[in-house]
Design a binder for this molecule. Structure first.
Ligand SMILES: [Zn+2]
Length: 300
């Protein structure tokens, strides 16, 4: 099977503009390690009713190419789904559900649901902790509440902690997390999920980091010097905030982690653009389907 390469929109349309080519691609991906019936585990099959579906030779279960994947019960064509994935994998600006619903002529709730499913599969596996030099800091995002315009007194702050590898002044990989407060207990989460215990972590003078030195012996603190010691990190915080502002005028606390995961899924693959779309489709195929109700309460 040919892997998707970094491709222009034009070439993408040529390759995946037709439903058949998308289904063929999914079929190759879904059964790349061979076929086994989901009901009885039989490995012999014949052609099913729908294009690229497979029918078990023993029990007759006919499995479509999208069944048991995040494409299950898709309310629009698979070619549109691929096109949206292309957009979400490649465009730095991101795309919100209003834009997607207009661009692809689909209901906004449908667009929101699909986008949320994509965000779910973009969630980090937490298996590749940051290493070597890591800079860490916290920041706040003001989010006007739904139905309000601009800044208001009831604006709520969402607190976020961010850690990014520092490589000779440049940024490496990174992660961020919503936190309840700036206490050591809250800050500990990103360390446990995303930072190697022997990484050389650099934080500012905030007292909340001190207790973490027990488990992270290479954690050091220096004065921020009005941000001068954390220029790379602060640039990345600004980039993230700009992206968020461009995609969402307001953002619920509970969904903020999803936007963070989406952002860093792309950010951490910015130098591997050739494989990002393939990776995204692969994760969609290998994730269990989620319903609208489930998506609403999935806490990442
Ligand atoms: Zn079977």
């Amino acid at each position: 099977m040919q892997r998707l390469k970094e491709i222009s929109r034009g070439i993408f349309e040529e390759e995946f503009g037709a439903k058949d080519s998308c289904l063929s691609y999914l079929s190759d991906l879904k059964w790349q390690d061979g076929y086994a019936c989901k009901k009885c585990n039989e490995t012999r099959y014949s052609k099913g009713k729908q294009a690229y579906s497979r029918r078990c030779k023993k029990c007759g279960y006919d499995e479509s190419v999208t069944a048991h994947t995040m494409f299950h019960k898709l309310k629009f064509g698979i070619d549109k789904a691929f096109s949206i994935l292309y957009e979400l994998a490649n465009t730095k600006k991101g795309a919100n559900s209003i834009w997607l619903s207009e661009r692809y002529d689909i209901n906004q709730k449908t667009a929101w649901l699909f986008r949320s499913k994509v965000q779910t599969v973009m969630t980090s596996s937490k298996e590749h902790p940051l290493e070597n030099q890591v800079h860490i800091d916290e920041f706040e995002i003001g989010t006007p509440q739904k139905g309000e315009q601009g800044r208001s007194k009831s604006e709520k702050k969402i607190r976020v902690v961010i850690a990014i590898e520092y490589r000779d002044g440049e940024s490496g990989r990174g992660y961020a997390q919503v936190i309840d407060d700036f206490s050591a207990n809250s800050l500990r989460g990103i360390f446990e999920d995303h930072i190697s215990t022997d990484a050389n972590v650099l934080a500012d003078g905030w007292a909340g980091y001190k207790p973490l030195k027990e488990d992270y012996p290479n954690l050091k603190q220096i004065l921020s010097d009005k941000g001068r010691n954390f220029i790379m990190l602060h640039n990345q915080i600004r980039n993230f905030k700009n992206w968020l502002r461009g995609v969402h005028s307001y953002c619920n606390h509970e969904y903020m982690n999803r936007y963070i995961e989406e952002y860093f899924f792309r950010f951490n693959r910015r130098n591997h653009r050739k494989s990002i779309l393939h990776k995204l489709i692969d994760r969609m195929v290998n994730s269990c389907p989620l319903t609208f109700a489930e998506i609403q309460c999935v806490a990442i």
